[in-house]
Design a protein around this ligand. Structure first.
Ligand code: NAD
Ligand code: UDP
Length: 336
């Protein structure tokens, strides 16, 4: 079985390629390296001792995608390729709509042309907006406060329409919570360009000395210690959820959404303290003002993924911090 992984050189995609190769799938990656480097895929091959097929191509490039489908018999697609910075999406909404939505539409059209109707899509917990917690798949989605989140909601809706029009499609919408951690080899991990937006890579860069100080965004929320609560999930657990979802889409038809989280909420201070323990470093941080658009607390009800996909997160917060630190110390300047 051959799986096309769009955005396979990225953070979650690369970890998923490792799991796919280890499980015996043939893997074809398409990535334009906008937010990654080709070396990541060499490292995936080092970790697994297996090779994958790589195409440098933008998913908006229809001819390029058609060539990939013509040269490979693709059985299913895992679609990670997209831009993901929430703040940037508010400054550059058209870039986000063009890259994420137009790119996805081109991909789905090419899939249809080549009669490949099985897809696992990277969605996000952000589609739940201001729902009560824990989030459940049955809740209404789409009350989202930024263009990035809206691209995820719209692509879910587009795939819903595609399935309604043609019941031969088989679609899993994976709503990720907060992926952190790294492969335990320390060869691949999260390596954002520029100053990180997300908590964990920011913490790791403060700990290694590349950034002077972490600002905790808000200490006055109505939570146990005043800081925001999120559902952090080890990226390897998340990658394994894709194996379960691929199995599901290969063996049936339909469209389903699944929450992929631990079901446990940790505060920003919990994460800081767990990271200090894992790294043995004292983190330099200050409590600052709230970040616009942040919700006080959310976490997953991941029961559906457990009962229908047979997936459950295995790793806890200590392992997430240890593996992040291992990756950071082995790659102090990132992956070149
Ligand atoms: P990432 O930026 O590390 O990986 C995305 C990859 O897609 C990159 O390698 C990038 O170069 C590539 N890409 C982007 N646009 C492309 C295009 N037009 N054509 C070809 N390649 C393109 O991000 P990630 O953290 O691995 O996230 C993967 C997916 O999961 C994204 O769709 C993201 O929105 C979604 N997601 C991520 C998180 C998170 O916190 N990391 C949470 C929820 C959902
Ligand atoms: N956060 C923080 N300082 C930072 C980055 C993030 O305090 O430099 C907080 C943020 O307010 C949120 C949590 O860490 O409560 C997780 O933020 P992240 O951007 O990683 O993920 P989000 O949940 O916003 O998608």
């Amino acid at each position: 079985m051959t799986i096309l992984v769009t955005g396979g050189a990225g953070y979650i995609g690369s970890h998923t390629c490792v799991e796919l190769l280890n499980a015996g799938y043939d893997v074809v990656v398409v990535d334009n390296y906008y937010n990654s480097v080709p070396e990541v895929l060499n490292r995936v091959e080092t970790i697994t001792g297996k090779s994958l097929k790589k195409y440098e191509c933008d998913i908006r490039n229809r001819e390029g995608l058609e060539k990939i489908f013509a040269e490979n018999k693709i059985d299913a697609v895992i679609h990670f390729a997209g831009l993901k910075a929430v703040g940037e999406s508010s400054r550059l909404p058209l870039l986000y709509y063009e890259n994420n939505i137009s790119g996805s539409v081109v991909l789905f059209e090419v899939m249809e042309k080549f009669s490949c109707k099985k897809i696992v899509f990277s969605s996000s917990a952000t589609v739940y907006g201001n729902n009560p917690i824990p989030y459940q798949e049955t809740m209404t989605t789409g009350d989202v406060s930024n263009p990035y989140g809206r691209t995820k909601h719209f692509i879910e809706q587009i795939l819903g329409d595609v399935y309604t029009a043609d019941n031969e499609w088989s679609i899993s919408l994976l709503r990720y919570f907060n992926p952190i951690g790294a492969h335990e080899s320390g060869l691949i991990g999260e390596d954002p360009n520029g100053i990180p937006n997300n908590l964990m890579p920011y913490i790791a860069r403060v700990a290694i000395g590349r950034l002077p100080q972490l600002t905790v965004f808000g200490g006055d929320y109505d939570t146990k210690d005043g800081t925001c609560i999120r559902d952090y999930i080890h990226v390897v657990d998340l990658a394994k959820a894709h194996l379960c979802a691929v199995d599901k889409v290969l063996n049936g038809t339909g469209i389903e959404a699944y929450n992929i989280g631990n079901g446990v909420g940790y505060s920003v201070l919990d994460i800081i303290h767990a990271f200090e323990k894992a790294s043995g470093k004292k983190l330099n941080y200050v409590i600052g003002g709230r970040r616009a658009g942040d919700l006080p607390a959310f976490y997953a009800d991941a029961t559906k993924a457990n009962t229908e996909l047979g997936w459950k997160a295995e790793y806890g917060i200590d392992k997430m911090c240890e593996d992040t630190w291992n990756f950071q110390t082995k790659n102090p300047e990132g992956i070149k």
